[in-house]
Write a protein that binds this ligand. Sequence first.
Ligand code: BGC
Length: 722
Amino acid sequence: MNSIPFGNWIISSTDFGDVCPVFKKDFETNKKIKKADLCVTALGLYEVYINGSRVGNQVFTPGWTSYQKRLQYQRYDVTELLQDINELVILAGKGWCVGELAWNGNHGIWNDVISVIAVLHIQYTDDTRESIVTDKDWQVAKSPVLYSELYHGETYDSNVTEFDWQPAALYEHDKSSLIEQEGEPIVEQDRLHAVELIQTPKGETVIDFGQNLTGYVEVKLKAPKGAQAKIYHAEVLDKDGNFYTENLRTAKQQVTIICNGEEMTYKPHFSFQGFRYIRLEDWPEEVDLQNFTAVVVHSKLKRTGHFECSEPLVNQLYQNIIWGQKGNFLDVPTDCPQRNERLGWTGDAQVFVRAASYNFDVNRFFTKWLHDLKADQFEDGGVPAVIPNVLGKEGANSAAWGDAAVICPWQLYLSYGNQTILEQQFESMKNWIEYIRAQGENEFLWNTGEHYADWLGLDGQAGSCKGATDEGLIATAYFAYSTSLFIKAGTALQRDMSSYERLYQNIVKAFRETYIKDGKMTSQTQTAHVLALYFDLCENRVAIAKDLVELIHQNKDKLTTGFVGTPYLLHVLSDNGYAELAYTLLLQQEFPSWLYSVKMGATTIWEHWDGIRPDRSMWSADMNSFNHYAYGAVADWMYGVMAGIKPGKPGYEHIIIQPITDKRLSYVKASLDVKYGTIVSSWRRENGKTVYSVEIPENCTAEIKLGNQTYEVHGGKHSYRI
Ligand code: BGC
C-alpha cells in the first residue's frame, strides 16, 4: 500500500473515441521553492510535461504490471522545472492496460478507460508545503495523437495545435494498488541510422536499418499541410525481396503522420514496433535516409557480460542473443516484440533467465516480474501462462512454463546472491510445487494436464508445435527439478526442508520407474535424455549419455530439441565427457542449428530453427517470429563452459573457472561484472600450447580447473600455459 496522498483519478468527461486525452493544470507558485516532487501514474500510459519540458527520460510509463494488484507510479524531482506560473500537462494513451492485448483482440483487459492520477508536492524555502493533486479542476482535451495502440502503431495530426479544453471528470477507481516503481526504467537506449534505401521488386520504398530491433522510428519531414505520410514496420523481406508482414498477424505496426506544412520531427508516444525494415507509403517528399533514425527502446539494464571467440559466426550469434534480449526486455520478459502477442511467457523467461543474467544485470528487472507472478498466481498454486496474466486460465500450468516460479528466483540468488528474492518468493515457489503435487495419478508423478511439451521440438508430428518427448516425462522431470531447487532455496533460508527432501526422493523414484525401462529412456528423444541427465534423474548416467550421443549421431550431428531440451543440451554433453560433440552442435551451420539462422542473415534469434527455410520460404505465415530469445539460452554455455565462468557461491563471492577448449577455435574470451568486480576468463592457442588468462576480483576466491588440475586462487591475475 502506498502512503502518498495522491489526488483523484481523472478522465475525460466526454468520449474521445480513439483520440489520446491530454490533461492539464495551470497553477502559480509565489514563493521560493526548495524542493518539488511529482508522482504520476495512469490506467494506460502517460508522458508528463511541465512548462513544455518533458519530465524525466522514461518512456512507456508507468510500465507493465498486474495492474489490478500492483500499479507502479513514478516519482520525479521537478524542482528545476517549476516557475512562478506553471502548466502541468499529462498526455495519456491506452498502452497495455486499456489497449488491445493478445491474439484474441481483447481490449481493456484491466480498464476500459484511460485515466491519470498525480500529486505534486512543493516544499518552499520557508518550509511551508503545498500539494497540487489531480481533481475536477483539471482540464482535458483531445491531443494530436489521434490513435495509438501498442501493436498497431500511431496516428499523429500535427495540425492540432489549439486544444479545446473542458473540465476533467473524477473517476472512481482503487488507489490501494499503487506502488512506487519497482522495475528498471524503460528508456531510449540507442539510435541507429538507416543503412540502405531499397526499391523492392513490387515497387515498394523500403528502408533497412541493418538490425532487427524494438522501438520506433524518429522521422524528420517537411510536407504540405494535410499530407499523410505512412510508415509500416517489418522484420524481414520475403524470398523475392519484398516487404513481409504476414508474421505480424493482426499487429498493424503502422504509423501515420498528418503533416502541417512545417518542418517537424516526430516519433510515436505510446506504440513500439519490432522491425528491421520500414516501408514508406504516400511519402510526401524525396526520401533522404538521414531523416530516419531507429530508436531502440528497452529496460535500462547494466550490461555485465561480454563474449568473443575466433569464430565470427558464433560472435554474430552472440550479438543476436544480446539484441534478442534488448528487444524483449521492455519492462517484462516477452516472447517477441512484433506480432499481436508480446507477452510475458513464463516458459520463455525461464529458459533464458540464466543467459540473461550473464548478459545484463537483470536482478531488479526479474524481481519486479516475479512479484507480478506471485500476485497473479492462482489460489491453488497454479501459474498463468503469461505474466502479467492476460490469458486467465488459458494455457496455464504447463510444465516448464509454470516452473518459472521456482527457476527464476533461484537464478537471481545464484547470479546476484539475492537472498531476499528467495524469501519473497518462497511461498510462491512452494505453492507451485504443491499445485503439481495435487495433479497426476499419484503425488509423485505428473502425468496429467495440458502442456506445451518440448515446444517447437523438431521431432514431433508433422504440423504439430509439440516435440515428441512424452509430456508426463517432461512434467515429472520438471517436478523433480523444481522441488530440488526449492529445497536448496529453503536450505539457504535455513528452513526445515525434510518433508520436501522425501518428496524429491519419491519423485525421482517414480520418474525412474515410469520413464526409464531396461536402462533406456521411454522417449527415445534428445530432450528426454537431456532432462534425465541435467536434472540428475538417472542412475545409469554413462549409458544414458551414450544413448543421447547416439541419437545425435543418427541425426547427422544435429539437434532436434525445442524450448525444453535446447537450453541444457550442450551442458549435458560437456558435463558428461562429450564436449567435442557439444562444440560440433554449436558450430553446425546446416539446419537445424544456431548458426543456420546466422548464415541466413539473422540479426536476432528466431522462434523456429527454420523460420526461413533454405529455399527462403517461410516456416509458416502466422507463428514465425524473428525475435524470440528462447534459443539464445545457449549464451549461458558460451560464458559457463567455453569461457568456463560459473558461480561457486551465490553472487560469485567464490568463482569456478573451468573453460573447455576445442581445437576448432583458436581463442575464447569472456568477462562478467559481478558485485565484487570484473571476472575475466580467456584462452588462446600459442605455439602448440593453450594459454589461459584469468582475472578474479579482489575479495573473491576461485577454483581454476584446467584438465585434472585445480588451482585455488584469490583475487588478481592468473595465467597458465598448458
Ligand atoms: C509464444 C511462445 C510461448 C508459447 C507457448 C507462443 O505463442 O510465442 O514463445 O512460450 O506460445 O507455447
